[in-house]
Every structure is written in structure tokens, then in C-alpha cells.
Design a protein around this ligand. Structure first.
Ligand code: BES
Ligand code: ZN
Length: 443
């Protein structure tokens, strides 16, 4: 195994699960390891405390007259459950079939570490980088970055930059260099429906009271028409229509045909808003999803009961120019209107983040495209992303810099799922990409 891979394995062995307070010590240990690593690669690095998990900032020597590039990544990971579905232990990385298997391999440790090692390699080879570089590594991305915006506001000078690069996104097909110029936004909520003040015998009382589980099912069903269009009033009011040049360009992108989506999802067939391909639906159209639903008896056999309450968790993916605060109000009004009689409704808003969109052909965008071509020896494709990284729009607002999304995670990387993986090849090309990117941005 190469020394680069050995170092990545060390990084992957930290169970830096941000959402689980039992892992707070592991998250911190991982941040401290990153500080030591960046220092050993020739940068000055510091750990910065937040009310939650710490941030790491690392820099090379900054000289006047050259651009400052900020590379953002996150070292926290999602929980591993269900553990029994993993083929190898999530925090004991392994290489099989040319891929690295571990929690965080793609999202985002493998990708961010390729950038760190790329910078270290250039420093070792040339004594310095062609740009002023700032690494900003977060330990709370997977829990919605609750403390990062405040840190940005308090550290505008420390983090002042001309352009930002982020590797926490996708690559459409193996070997196809991919630049993202958009991310969907998000807004979440939980709905609790309450009926009788205790669980009731469904024979003695069924028919005479409303069933909260039925009410939750009705609310869930009220969100879409039969073709998957969202029925919340005003939901599409601010959606920027897809442009024809975009549709034509995306039709030529490899790895994202409807057939590819069917295969990678393992669904019996695709389903969704009529008139759009799967790529268009996920990159440029807003959605409403139920992420969890519950209530009543879930155990073995049957239990004749009317549950006292039932719940569902929702997330809405948003596109330019939808505003999460506006959408959550519309969603709340929708649920209130559609809640059946005989129950009470509580809607608890959750975290949110604005959608992001940038011109892919600006000065820095062009430089990134040249770097992708150099690193992969192939013309890059330009896409938008279905996922969300809420801090990216905050970075633009607070630091005044645009972000280039240079992702290396494949569609079958199983991020957030068991058996997360990252091709060794992508780790190696990520190191090359960083070197080419800083070279191009420094010209
Ligand atoms: N890296 C992902 C987002 C992503 C993945 C974007 C692939 C584009 C392509 C990120 O870590 C993530 O999972 N974000 C969450 C955000 C949420 C917690 C606010 C998401 O998209 O669900
Ligand atoms: Zn993630």
C-alpha cells in the first residue's frame, strides 16, 4: 500500500460521527490528527473551538499578489447503522475491487484528504504552492453546520479569499471529470398528529374516533399528485425554469440516463414529475420527501389498537430561487389545511439551507475546467447536484466568494448507507486534481 493510502486509512479509522455525543472525543481526536497532518505537510494549522465540534484551519505562507483559494471539506461522518449490512467494519478500512470501503471514504474524508495531500505534495516538490491556500475543515457538516456561519462571520479576515473549492459532491461516471455549478437547498420538518389521550382498543372505539396514523397517511398522501408533482400551494412559484442549453448539455452527460438511475437505485422503475428526465428531476426540480413515518404497533403479530399519536419527518429539496423560510410556511399551511378532523396537528420546523447556483464559465470556473481536463485527460462535464451543502451559500454571502464543486464521489459510493466506498483511482486523481487546480488558479 502507498504511504498516501496508509495515511488515508489512519484518517478513516477515527469514528468521527458528529450526531452521536458518545463520539465527541473521537471527533476531536480526528481534528487534532488533521492539525498534526497539515503541519507535517508544511502548513500552519490550528484547531478552532466552536460550541460544538472543532474546526481546523490550515494555511501555507501567504504572499501578496497571488489569489487566495479556500478549500472546504468536512471530517465528520454519518452514523453507520444498520451495522449488520456492512461487508467489512466501517472504521476498519479495506481495499476490495479497487475501492476503499469505510464510513467517510467518499463523504467526505477521501475527497478532502486528496486535496490536503495534493497540496502537501506540491509543497514537497516545489517548496511552495502557486496560490495562497486556506483549508477549512468542519466537524459538523452532517448535522447541518450549526456553528460554521457564526465562525465565518467572526473570522472574515482569517478566511478572506477569492474563490472556494469543495470536493464534497459527485462524479457522474468513473474517469469523467465533473464540475458542479449548483446544489439544491433544503428545508425539513416533523409532523406529530395526536388523537385520543391514550392508545385505544380498536374494537371498542374504532369507528368513533379519528386514527392519528390514518391522518398522518392522509397528510403524506396530500403532498403529491399521481405523477409526483408537489401539491403545496405556491410551491413552484419561484422555481427558475430549466434552460434549453442546460437540458441539451445534460442529455450528453454519461452515467445519468434514466437507465443508469434505475440501475443505481435498484428501484423497479423510475417515478416522478412528468416531462423531466431523472437527472433533471434531481438537479433542477424541487421535491417533497417523507424521510420517516411511524405510529402504532410495530412488533410481531398483530395488536388491535388505535395509536394515541403518529408522526412523520419530511424534507423538501429546493432549487433557485426558492427560499426555505417561504417554503416551510407554505408547507405548514398545507398541512393545516389537509389535516382531517378529530386530531390535533403539530408541525416542528427543522434545519434548512438555501439552494446554490454559480456561473460555471466565470474566470475561476474556466480555470477549474482546465484543471479537471489536465487531471483526468478528458473534457469535464458540467452538472448541478441533487444534494445540499447549506454552508456554500453562506460562504458566498459572508466571504463574498463563489464555490467550485469538484466532486469525486460516484453514484454507487453508498454515502450515508452501509458499504460506503471510494475508488483508489479517485483518491489518486483527487491528488492530481488539487495540484492542477492550484496551478491553474495561480496563473
Ligand atoms: N456530501 C453531501 C452532499 C452531496 C453529496 C452533494 C453528493 C452533492 C452530491 C453532504 O455531506 C450531505 O449529505 N448533505 C446533506 C445536507 C443536510 C444534512 C443539511 C444532504 O444533502 O442531505
Ligand atoms: Zn453527507
Amino acid at each position: 500500500m502507498t504511504s498516501e493510502l496508509e495515511q488515508l486509512f489512519e484518517f478513516l479509522r477515527f469514528p468521527s460521527v458528529s450526531t452521536d455525543s458518545r463520539h465527541a472525543g473521537d471527533v476531536r481526536a480526528c481534528a487534532e490528527w488533521l492539525v498534526a497532518k497539515a503541519t507535517s505537510l508544511g502548513m500552519s494549522a490550528d484547531l478552532h473551538e466552536t460550541p460544538g465540534h472543532p474546526l481546523v484551519v490550515a494555511k501555507n505562507q501567504h504572499l501578496d499578489g497571488r489569489p487566495t483559494v479556500l478549500i472546504y471539506g468536512h471530517y465528520d461522518v454519518q452514523p453507520v447503522d444498520p451495522l449488520e449490512l456492512w461487508s467489512s467494519a466501517p472504521f476498519e478500512p479495506e481495499i476490495r475491487d479497487g475501492r476503499i470501503w469505510a464510513r467517510g471514504a467518499s463523504d467526505n474524508k477521501g475527497q478532502m484528504f486528496a486535496h490536503l495531500l495534493g497540496a502537501g505534495k506540491t509543497i514537497a516538490e516545489k517548496g511552495d504552492l502557486p496560490v495562497n491556500l486556506i483549508f477549512l475543515f468542519e466537524g459538523e457538516e452532517e448535522i447541518g453546520s450549526p456553528n460554521l456561519a457564526a465562525f465565518l462571520k467572526e473570522n472574515r479576515e482569517l478566511l478572506a479569499c477569492d474563490v472556494i473549492a469543495v470536493s464534497d459532491t459527485g462524479m457522474v461516471a468513473p474517469g469523467t471529470p465533473t464540475m458542479g455549478y449548483g446544489l439544491r437547498g433544503i428545508t425539513c420538518c416533523e409532523v406529530i398528529v395526536r388523537g385520543p389521550d391514550k392508545d385505544l382498543h380498536s374494537g371498542l372505539f374504532g369507528g368513533a374516533v379519528a386514527n392519528p396514523a390514518t391522518a398522518v397517511a392522509q397528510l403524506v398522501a396530500s403532498l403529491h399528485d399521481a405523477e409526483g408533482k408537489v401539491l403545496v400551494e405556491g410551491f413552484y412559484d419561484d422555481v427558475r425554469p430549466l434552460e434549453s442549453w442546460e437540458r441539451e448539455m445534460w442529455a450528453k452527460v454519461p452515467g445519468v440516463s434514466d437507465g443508469d438511475f434505475t440501475e443505481v437505485t435498484g428501484s423497479p422503475s423510475l417515478f416522478g414529475e412528468a416531462g423531466y428526465t431523472a437527472a433533471e428531476q434531481t438537479w433542477a426540480r424541487p421535491t417533497a420527501e417523507v424521510n420517516g413515518i411511524g405510529g402504532g404497533y410495530q412488533g410481531e403479530g398483530s395488536k388491535t389498537v388505535i395509536p394515541a399519536e403518529a408522526m412523520a419527518k419530511f424534507s423538501f429539496r429546493l432549487v433557485p430561487d426558492q427560499d426555505p423560510a417561504d417554503i416551510i410556511k407554505k408547507v405548514q399551511a398545507h398541512f393545516e389545511k389537509h389535516c382531517p378532523a378529530g386530531v390535533t396537528l403539530e408541525v416542528i420546523p427543522g434545519h434548512d439551507g438555501r439552494p446554490y447556483h454559480v456561473d460555471p464559465n466565470g474566470e475561476y470556473g474556466k480555470a477549474a475546467q482546465r484543471a479537471l481536463k489536465t487531471a483526468f485527460d478528458q473534457e469535464p462535464v458540467l452538472i448541478r447536484e441533487g444534494g445540499s451543502i447549506p454552508i456554500i451559500e453562506d460562504l458566498r454571502e459572508i466571504l463574498g466568494a463563489d464555490t467550485l464543486l469538484l466532486g469525486l464521489a460516484l453514484a454507487d459510493a453508498q454515502i450515508h448507507s452501509p458499504n460506503e466506498n471510494f475508488p483508489v483511482e479517485n483518491f489518486e486523481s483527487g491528488i492530481r486534481l488539487n495540484q492542477a487546480l492550484l496551478e491553474e488558479l495561480g496563473k
